[in-house]
Design a protein around this ligand. Structure first.
Ligand code: DAK
Length: 264
């Protein structure tokens, strides 16, 4: 039976690298290049802790998630690991995976996925949990799980349909078909496509554009959009009313409005 406890050797492995920059942007890299950044339990656990750390760091205004190397964002859940685990271990894997994806989706700051190559299965689901996806031209996205005898399990059946629509999500999940960057852009699966060497710079540029705005207003907007798409329009509008009013509690709002009025 495969153990969910990491071995000593695995414990030393840093699967998630976090770079906190002076400009308030944090870059989170999945660091398992030799396995195309496939996510085993340790990757997921470290990703989860990284998100907890970033959530409580007020210096960080926006987060970029990407994969190390030029080939893969993440080739998904670790198939070798999954082939060996018991049903109880599978439950733990699922639980932690869900928690990590939800932490990203609900992080109190925006998260951009810089999709640098394959984003398959759980890798695609990781990108879907981010707020915005920027892909390099070599990106390939897919939910191929049904071919492995499982359905998408880290939110793919839910988030993909919300992002590209029910019919497209059904086609992509039922067929497992791979989508290149150009098609991903055309169906709204990614926001933007850039050349691979520019991917990180373009992602940082967008993160900076966001970071120069009011932290509270961006944070409230993210929460309102996330909660709003799950609600009926009147509930969403009621939330917006409260969120909007909340922004008036912050001195930053007065300063920003005065700056405009004084043409500074
Ligand atoms: N898992 C483990 N190892 C992987 C991997 C993966 N998903 N993808 C690639 N690798 C490993 C390969 O085994 C190989 O390792 P070595 O043999 O060198 O030791 C190394 O990465 C390089 O891969 P390749 O030699 O295959 O490289 P190629 O360029 O030839 O092919 C590829 C690249 C991305 C087309 C190919 O590696 C591939 O098809 N990989 C599998 C992609 C895939 O099917 N991903 C979806 C996995 S299913 C769950 C929730 C969600 C999920 C699971 C559970 N719960 C609720 C519990 C999600 C499921 C998935 O993500």
């Amino acid at each position: 039976m495969a153990s969910s406890q990491p071995t000593n050797q695995q414990q030393q492995q840093q699967y998630i690298l976090v770079e906190k920059r002076d400009d308030g942007i944090a870059i989170v890299r999945i660091n398992r290049q030799e396995k195309l950044n496939a996510m085993n339990l340790d990757v997921i656990a470290q990703l989860s802790s990284a998100m907890d750390n970033l959530a409580s760091d007020e210096q960080v205004k926006a987060v970029i998630v990407t994969g190390t190397g030029e080939k893969a964002f993440s080739a998904g859940a670790d198939i070798e690991y999954m082939s060996k685990i018991s049903p109880l271990e599978a439950e733990e894997y699922a639980r932690r995976g869900h928690a990590a994806m939800s932490k990203i989706e609900n992080l109190n700051k925006p998260v951009i996925a810089a999709v640098n190559g394959y984003a398959l299965g759980g890798g695609c689901e990781l990108a879907l949990a981010c707020d915005i996806r920027i892909a390099s031209k070599n990106a390939v996205l897919a939910q191929p799980e049904v071919g492995l005898g499982i359905c998408p399990g880290w939110g793919g059946t839910q988030r993909l349909a919300r992002i590209v629509g029910v019919a497209r999500a059904k086609e992509l999940i039922f067929t497992g078909r791979r989508v290149n960057a150009e098609e991903a852009l055309s169906i709204g699966l990614v926001n933007k496509v850039v050349e691979l060497p520019q991917l990180l710079d373009e992602s940082i540029a967008m993160a900076k554009e966001i970071a120069k705005n009011s932290t509270l207003a961006v944070r409230v907007s993210k929460m309102l959009i996330n909660r709003g798409v799950e609600s009926d329009i009147n509930t969403g509008l009621a939330l917006e009313l409260w969120g909007w009013s909340l922004c008036f509690t912050h001195p930053d709002r007065v300063e920003r409005m005065n700056r405009f009025l004084q043409k500074r």
